[in-house]
Design a protein around this ligand. Structure first.
Ligand SMILES: CC(C)(COP(=O)(O)OP(=O)(O)OC[C@H]1O[C@@H](n2cnc3c(N)ncnc32)[C@H](O)[C@@H]1OP(=O)(O)O)[C@@H](O)C(=O)NCCC(=O)NCCS
Length: 167
């Protein structure tokens, strides 16, 4: 894909429209509508690439989470995802950030994180937390997240907790 253009759609059922070739749409706000598409990406990345057991990859938070999707409008297929879980007390837990390997390095992860932060702001969360795999800490630092505490294992993978005020 030579040219990637990003649009953000805020409605669950966006109006039908034609996009220029190579357009990736970031859709924030889809819940039931988007969970299957989100799982499609997560299973390819976390289960397929990282060997996370399927039963750990899906969890009880998915039903109420806000799912953010990157969709390749050339194929109408999902290529990236992230989710926001309301942990109470103004805290948003960001997780399941994933981009299909063929679409990495094009700015999709960046666009997803910007949509996550914008959405957390719109929903008036005060703070964001996430559990970062160690090789991805530097990716989240680019968005102002700061690592804290000890390394811990989740699904057999080393992680550190990171936090950021929403502001
Ligand atoms: C981490 C991930 C989401 C990044 O997605 P991506 O679409 O490749 O990221 P982008 O193309 O938007 O990259 C944006 C910037 O972040 C940088 N970046 C990407 N991955 C990085 C990493 N692991 N560490 C540091 N910087 C990183 C890129 O170099 C780029 O910087 P630049 O604009 O200065 O060139 C993707 O690599 C992925 O899905 N990995 C596997 C799943 C995973 O580990 N998820 C995180 C679980 S905690």
């Amino acid at each position: 894909m030579s040219k990637v253009t990003f649009f953000t759609e805020r409605t669950e059922t966006p109006p039908a429209q034609t996009y220029p070739p190579g357009t990736i749409v970031i859709r924030a706000g889809g819940r039931a509508v988007d969970i299957q598409k989100s799982l499609q990406v997560r299973e390819a990345v976390f289960v397929g690439e990282q060997n996370v057991p399927l039963e750990l990859e899906r969890d009880e938070y998915d039903a109420d989470a806000l799912h953010i999707l990157a969709i390749d409008t050339d194929t109408n297929e999902p290529v990236g995802t992230a989710r926001i879980v309301d942990k109470g007390n103004g805290v948003a837990k960001i997780g399941r950030v994933a981009v299909l390997s063929a679409f990495r390095g094009m700015g999709v992860g960046d666009a997803l994180m910007n949509a996550v932060i914008e959405t957390a702001r719109t929903l008036k969360f005060a703070a964001m937390v996430l559990d970062a795999q160690l090789p991805v800490i530097a990716f989240y630092e680019r968005f102002g997240f700061v690592a804290e505490g000890e390394i811990f294992l989740d699904a057999g993978i080393e992680h550190r907790r990171m936090t950021r005020p929403v502001r």
